[in-house]
Design a protein around this ligand. Structure first.
Ligand code: SDX
Length: 428
């Protein structure tokens, strides 16, 4: 198989090496293209452009494969432990007992926020979008932990990862409590990560919110399935910001902002809005499918389609069975689930979706599970951010540890006016 590629331009020939990954993907190393030829590449949305080489997550979009550090996500279904997966993504392997105990202790010991941060929560209007609060509070967190602005060794990084992963959960819960005028509930050191989050979200001073093991396992799996997804929009944002040597807090706060978009992590909210609209009698599932096929309607079948998966998103498959289990466990009869199943059944046999290889993605079922758990819709993407945080930290670290990494600075093709001059105000 060739190990390089030739480019001919104006009678000259140039040779560029091919880079081959461990899963035999190949890319053209064009780092010398502009200095050789004066040319740049143009690839809006970067659908054909690799930004880096990474050892963290592998996706095969055609086969619907997703592996974290080589482990297929399906293998976490029977051992749903989000904190183990966080360690795996960040440090490259599953933690041994000593590491797992040490990391768990760090998470338990970092579940609180500096008391002064409560005043920051109070500064937000109760109408503030939770994603806006979450992003702002991650940067605020950095102000109280500025000793972790530079992370030059693994111990410091482990501490920073533990503080961020533990405290984003508290930030999310306090955000929910703030916008709903509820008293802040502090973490309970006897509870594990996910049960503690639901405790801080839903307990009251006079009544503890107790979590069934099956629900705790389901939330672990939701966070695990959201934990990383190679160079998605928000992770690429974290890498872009981190490439300027910005600190981990600033980089992750930027990741939250990218994730907020309705085409990305915000889609789980859009899916529920779509299902509610159909349920409210606005239209039938059949009608919605027809509308989503015509571009001018500016309506998409939310939770369907993916830049990389041209097959069923393996996470959607797993979340579909989690959804059935959780609704059954909680004895929830959600009419929206029937509508979701109907939309999926119609789309999977509709030529428009089949021809474009549009299948359910991670967002199609996740919202219904969270809704059954009592999570309000406007918090769905915040939970996506809690899940995605270890992936952001892992990618930030991988880039930070790479001596060859440079500040990200893409080029452009200029299409603006040429050769204009300043016109004094009285002549305009
Ligand atoms: C996530 O990148 C990641 O890994 C993301 C993520 C992660 O874990 O980080 O997996 C999380 O963001 C999942 C995706 C969540 N978003 C949605 O569910 C929103 C709905 N889906 C789409 O908007 C769309 O499918 C994207 C944004 C997900 C992907 O868009 P692409 O790859 O840029 O594809 P495209 O917009 O160019 O669409 C190709 C064609 C177009 O039609 P034609 O021009 O060929 O006629 O497919 C159509 C699109 O109109 N299309 C859809 C559609 N998605 C694509 N038509 C109707 N409904 C849809 N959902």
């Amino acid at each position: 198989m060739a190990d390089s590629i030739q480019l001919s331009l104006d009678g000259k020939t140039y040779q560029y090496p091919l880079v081959t990954g461990t899963e035999h993907e190949r890319g053209i190393d064009i780092s010398r293209l502009r200095s050789d030829t004066g040319l740049i590449t143009l690839d809006p949305g970067y659908g054909n452009t690799g930004s880096c080489q990474s050892a963290i997550t592998y996706i095969d979009g055609d086969k619907g494969i997703l592996r974290y550090r080589g482990i297929p996500i399906e293998e976490f279904a029977n051992h749903p432990n989000f904190i183990e997966v966080a360690w795996l993504l960040i440090f490259g392997r599953l933690p041994n007992k000593a590491e797992k105990d040490r990391f768990s202790d760090r998470l338990t010991g970092n579940a609180h926020l500096h008391e002064a941060m409560k005043h920051t929560f109070e500064g937000f209007p109760i109408t503030a979008p939770p994603m806006a609060i979450t992003s702002a509070m991650i940067n605020t967190l950095g102000c109280f932990h500025s000793e972790l602005y530079s992370l030059n060794d693994e111990v410091l990084l482990e501490e920073a990862a533990a503080r961020l992963i533990s405290k984003i959960r508290t930030i999310a819960a306090f955000t929910y409590r703030r916008v709903n005028g509820l008293p802040y509930i502090y973490a309970d050191p006897k509870l594990r990560y996910c049960a503690n989050f639901l405790h801080m979200m839903f307990s009251m001073p006079y009544q503890q919110h107790l979590v069934d093991q099956e629900i705790e396992d389901a939330l672990n799996l939701i966070f695990i399935l959201h934990a990383d997804h190679e160079q998605n929009c928000s992770t690429s944002t974290v890498r872009m910001v981190g490439s300027s040597k910005a600190n981990l807090f600033a980089s992750c706060a930027a990741g939250v902002c990218a994730l907020w978009g309705p085409l990305h992590g915000g889609a789980n909210v859009e899916v529920l809005d779509m299902l509610e609209k159909i349920h409210a009698g606005g239209m039938t599932a059949e009608k919605y499918i027809e509308l989503s096929k015509k571009k001018d309607n500016n309506i998409r079948l939310m939770g369907f389609g993916h830049r990389v998966y041209k097959n069923y998103d393996p996470r959607a498959k797993m979340l579909q069975s989690v959804c059935e289990r959780v609704l059954k466990k909680l004895n929830v009869k959600d009419p929206l689930l029937d509508i979701a199943r109907k939309l999926e059944e119609l789309a999977l046999k509709d030529e428009y979706f089949v021809a474009r290889k549009l299948y359910p993605n991670v967002d199609f079922y996740s919202g219904m599970i969270m809704r059954a758990m009592g999570i309000p819709t406007n918090m769905f993407t915040v939970l996506f951010a809690i899940g995605r945080l270890p992936g952001w930290i892992a990618h930030w670290k991988e880039q930070h540890d790479d001596p060859a990494s440079k500040i990200a600075r893409p080029r452009q093709i200029y299409t603006g006016p040429v050769d204009r001059h300043y016109v004094p105000l009285d002549q305009r």
